[in-house]
Write a protein that binds this ligand. Structure first.
Ligand code: GLP
Length: 240
């Protein structure tokens, strides 16, 4: 795992955006793996600016998002589909028909998961996967557990995650308790992975990434098995 320590959130966002822009320039029909949460917002802003300036082109890009709350309609302003439209897709020249987010209203989540993994494979696999990290070490919504699941699946959210994500909702009771998430193998199949971590509240979990242990109690530590991961963190998350 390569580690880039940035002065602050702004620099982290720029560094991350540079990697995505380079990928898109080298391969205009790239498949991007995208993430939600507050951390990637700055990176998306930079991609929007670069697209407006004519430096990068989304017209041949396909994207797959990591996860979606369940059950939740894509029109709901708390859904990750809504988030992606508002933070990226509405402002760049991407074909929305080629932007995929798990269906939070699927009547058969098991089949939804299977189809989602098949779609990714048919698209040629993810070229570059963006990840944030939960304070408990989750990636996507792969929560700490004895067993982790390989493919895209329906999962229960832990109390810790419900608590952490309640800041985006009017009250904690409104936070969905389940989600459909890409599984650990779905994520690990990406050719390149860019993991972002910002702020002092990520310091403890980032320290788990910097040692040489792997544990399903901190799912992100499994990324140490991937040959091409870049961790971009700010000084606060790094603990410098
Ligand atoms: C959610 C998402 C994760 C994300 C995490 C961290 O739980 N499912 O993909 O990494 O939030 O969010 P933030 O970047 O706001 O700390």
């Amino acid at each position: 795992m390569r580690v880039i320590v940035c002065e602050n959130y702004e620099q982290l966002s720029k560094e991350g955006a540079k990697l995505f822009a380079s990928q898109m320039i080298l391969k205009p029909n790239s498949v991007l793996g995208l993430a939600t949460g507050s951390t990637p917002v700055g990176l998306y802003k930079h991609l929007i600016e670069m697209n407006k300036a004519g430096e990068i082109d989304f017209s041949d890009i396909t994207s797959f998002n990591l996860d979606e709350y369940y059950p939740l309609s894509p029109e709901n302003d708390q859904s990750y589909r809504y988030f992606m439209n508002e933070n990226l897709f509405n402002f760049v020249n991407i074909d929305k028909a080629r932007t995929f987010v798990p269906n939070g209203l699927s009547e058969n989540p098991e089949e939804e998961g299977k189809n989602y993994d098949e779609l990714i494979e048919k698209a040629g696999g993810v070229d570059i996967q963006l990840l944030g990290i939960g304070q408990n070490g989750h990636i996507g919504f792969n929560e700490p557990d004895v067993n982790l699941i390989t493919g895209t699946h329906l999962t229960d959210l832990t109390e810790n995650t419900i608590q952490a994500n309640s800041r985006f909702f009017n009250s904690i009771d409104e936070v969905p308790t389940k989600a459909i998430t890409m599984g650990m193998a779905s994520i690990m199949k990406a050719k390149k992975i860019v993991l972002l971590a910002s702020g002092a509240n990520k310091k403890a979990v980032v320290s788990e990434l910097l040692n040489d242990h792997i544990t399903t109690n901190v799912p992100a530590t499994l990324l140490k098995l991937h040959p091409d991961v870049v961790l971009i963190c700010d000084k606060e998350a790094y603990g410098a």
